[in-house]
Design a protein. Sequence first.
Lengths: 323, 323
Amino acid sequence: MNGTDSSARMRMLTEMVRIRRFEQRCVELYSATKIRGFMHLYIGEEAVATGALTPLTPEDAVVSTYREHGHALARGMPMAALMAEMFGKVTGCSRGRGGSMHLFDASRKFYGGNAIVGGGLPLAVGLALADSMRGRQAVTMCLFGDGAAAEGEFHETMNLAALWQLPVLFCCENNYYAMGTALERSHAETDLALRASSYGVRSWAVDGMDVQAVARATARAADMARTGSGPCFLEFRTYRFRAHSLYDPERYRDRAEVDRWKERDPIESLTRRMRDSGELSDEDLEKLEFGVESEIDRAVAEADSDEEEPVDDLERFVYADGK
Amino acid sequence: MRTSYREALRAAIREALLADDRTFLMGEDVGRYGGCFAVSLGLLEEFGEQRVRDTPLSESAFVGAGIGAAMAGMRPIVEIMTVNFSLLALDQIMNNAATLRHMSGGQIGVPLVIRMTTGGGRQLAAQHSHSLEGWYAHIPGLRVVAPATVADARGMLPTALEDPDPVLLFEHGGLYGTEDDLAEDAGAVDIDRAAIRRDGSDLTLIAYGGTVRTALQAADVLAGQGIAAEVIDLRTLRPLDERAFLDSVGRTHRAVIVDEGWRSGSLAAEIAARIGERALYELDAPVQRVCTAEVPLPYAKHLEDAALPSPERVVDAALKTVT
């Protein structure tokens, strides 16, 4: 599955639209105070989650960041479980203990939602080490942003993964800003793929606004990692159209820059391509949008009526039950 | 059989590696060097590089890798050279190992054992000598143990490896060479209960790890003056076996806490607070604390000796409670 045929494109378009509409609904729900805390939107970056997760199998593991709604949806987490988590309900994917930044689904090997920048990278090495020691063919995908490449854990982890030739796919979502600090204001060498390659990790820079390019590159890297060629690093060059979080007044970038990137909107690009080639009609698109809208409506209705965890259970899950 | 603390630890690790192929040892110089305190000497030769893994000097990466491997079903033992170095991995220990179960709503456990050296008395100055186990004992989600005897050095590790949650095992650097008789069939011991190392009815000395020896030496001196001191070895620092020291204080009505950590915000402070909360009316004298002087530990022997809890200081504190 590398996203080159028509049905794959339709699936990826649907996934990207799901993610975007979900995020847009989250903004409304945030304003309505149904969702609180920090919330980081994925709008603009949908091609990365959608394309990168395409070649993964259920046996593969995923380690993610705090901007992970899109990753969780693309991994197959039910939207209702995600929305309930945002509402802080017991039916949420982390029973309301995690919130927007800490989505978990062990059954899908989706290992969170890590909100310490760079903190998930060592975990990915450990997950891959376990697979390698047990002789399993699985790969571990580790998603993180350009900001993480400035953390010590990034460098320690690149070295360790390469040294032990572990099956990790390091997927750097370079959206050019670490919160409000531009890439060139925090990195002396801004070519992140080049830096990763200095650790002996096979590295590529990929157009992160083109879902098919993302899927193809990831499929190739996954095949290599799966067959014992060690880790790979994929730098997906992308952009977030919205603020860093809902608290961000966006003083650090120009409107014109945002508008330039919006011309490369991954959903609009793929839609245009599919319309031009005759694979997508107005009717298909309406149907797609209607399906997504209904799914979100159901998720919100469920989350709204779901129960909260009893306060008596506050101290559960600190240690294994029964201790 | 006469056995050193070091040999007891090695026997425990060896037994764990033989018993469970999910277990492996990982850390700086644990393999070819034989462990910086020679604890793992010979294990690389016996078990090979997969099971006894030398790591780069990347505390955050290899501790995080241990966490990831534990999440994926392995039972790793991670060795950190000293507690001061563990601060380089504090993000992983605190933000991941201790937190993942709760943050994921109970989906993800981290059955990991981290061993590290703690404590002063060896003229290693201010970056190799501190006793920071009290910091770790502050953190919900961790279990913290401190073997003070050869039998506990032999027996705590197998029990810790059975634990579904992360266990930190603190080995006092001054104890590696100490010897005791160890039964041929010595094996796993509990890691829940404190132990009475010496019976006495006049006052209670509460200690753990390296200070148990100090307390026992002080008890000998006190015995010469006709004062019978009971010595409690806490063994487990989180969760504290509160019942053990409260019961003892209930019998003796006097307490001295001997803790190699700094006094402010220390384990000794916690224990004193609990005695104050639960046993105030049992006391015939104010609780005394013997802690390390509030300085980064100095190199010069006379200064280091003056900073650390000594039998003399314990005797002085004990006498204050009985006169």
